[in-house]
Write a protein of this length. Structure first.
Length: 168
């Protein structure tokens, strides 16, 4: 079942979504296989650490890997505009930080709601172009199907771009 806080967040923002129950999965690729859908419409939530102190949450296609350099470049362009110092390092957020800051969801099943967690949000352009996407809903047996526009509406100041690369 979708947590009350997430349901309230979606309903308050008038986001139309479909709740999908499925067998337990731990990866976006497994989710695509389980639901018998193309990995290109299944989003993989990623949380990155910038200079080990700032964090951002993003969404890339299940079939791709995060291109950290592209994400770093995009955030540095934003910082340049606001005359802030550039970030030097980017990495995935560590588990300790996630357990302390991403509450009410299972680790690895985080919904990509930047505004909900008060984090900047970025989305890969290939997902933003889809008519519907499937994203994490906080549980390993639950997903949300919604329009990318709805997700972008939830996350003001969404950063869009090419943030993924083919798996090696």
């Amino acid at each position: 079942m979708l947590s009350k806080t997430l349901k309230t967040f979606l309903d308050k923002n008038k986001i139309r979504y479909e709740l999908i129950e499925h067998r337990t999965v731990y990866t976006a690729l497994d989710k695509a296989a389980t639901l018998k859908v193309k990995p290109a419409i299944v989003g993989k939530t990623v949380i990155v650490s910038l200079n080990r102190k700032n964090h951002a949450i993003g969404l890339i296609p299940a079939s791709k890997n995060l291109d950290k350099q592209k994400v770093l470049t995009a955030f540095n362009k934003l910082r340049q505009k606001s005359k802030e110092k550039k970030y030097k390092k980017i990495d995935f957020a560590d588990e300790k930080w996630m357990k302390a800051n991403i509450k009410g969801v299972k680790l690895g099943a985080t919904p990509p709601f930047g505004a909900f967690y008060k984090l900047p949000f970025f989305i890969d352009a290939s997902l933003a172009k889809q008519s519907k996407i499937i994203i994490n809903a906080g549980e390993y047996e639950l997903s949300l199907k919604l329009s990318p526009d709805g997700l972008i509406k939830l996350n003001p100041n969404t950063l869009r771009g090419s943030f993924s690369m083919a798996k090696k």
